[in-house]
Design a protein around this ligand. Structure first.
Ligand code: HEC
Length: 157
């Protein structure tokens, strides 16, 4: 009987191992997945303050996989937040409502800079890591590609 029980346990463990990729997506510390940005126009070292890849199909493609592998476990599959982390579809929302074109452009730029800064620095308060920093992990090409993808996921028109 004892032997059988441990046998069942081993089977369960094997089942868990097989599920490991999706399981780790939802919990705990996960090693960031490298993002291959070689198919994108290189941006150099100097950090842009505005997304140079807005609407670029190849960037959106790179961004989907980069986001899904690195951000979705907290911010939700296809950027639909489960409520624990901010819903990134809403980042630009207030800009979309701007009637004045100049103000609208300025608003997008501001959100872009905010997105870049947040992603590089993460969110750490009183020693608690709410979101890990990605400085030195992703180049700006990868981060702007994720932003380009998120722009396709906006909720407002
Ligand atoms: C471990 C969970 C976790 C991961 C992984 C994560 N985030 Fe976050 N993120 C959070 C939380 C939680 C907050 C809100 C933190 C706070 O309360 O300050 C946040 C905030 C943000 C914000 C600010 C949102 C706002 O509305 O102000 C942005 C932008 C963001 N994350 C982008 C990303 C991107 C891009 C990735 C992937 C490269 C990522 N995050 C990965 C948990 C995470």
């Amino acid at each position: 009987m004892k032997f059988k029980a441990s046998h069942i346990c081993a089977c369960l463990m094997a089942g868990f191992a097989a599920l490991a990729p999706s399981y780790t997506l939802a919990h705990g510390d996960v090693t960031p997945q490298a993002v291959d940005t070689r198919s994108l126009p290189p941006l150099g070292e100097e950090m842009r303050s505005e997304n140079p890849y807005r609407g670029l199909a190849e960037a959106i493609k790179v961004g989907v996989s980069a986001y899904t592998q690195n951000c979705a476990r907290c911010h939700g599959i296809e950027a639909v937040s489960g409520g624990m982390s901010p819903d990134l579809r809403e980042l630009d929302e207030e800009c979309l409502g701007q009637k004045d074109e100049a103000k609208k452009t300025a608003c997008f730029k501001e959100v872009d800079t905010y997105f870049m800064t947040t992603t590089l620095n993460g969110r750490v308060r009183n020693g608690a890591v709410y979101m890990p920093p990605y400085k030195g992990v992703f180049n700006q090409e990868a981060i702007w590609a994720m932003k380009a993808y998120l722009e396709t996921r906006r909720t407002a028109p």
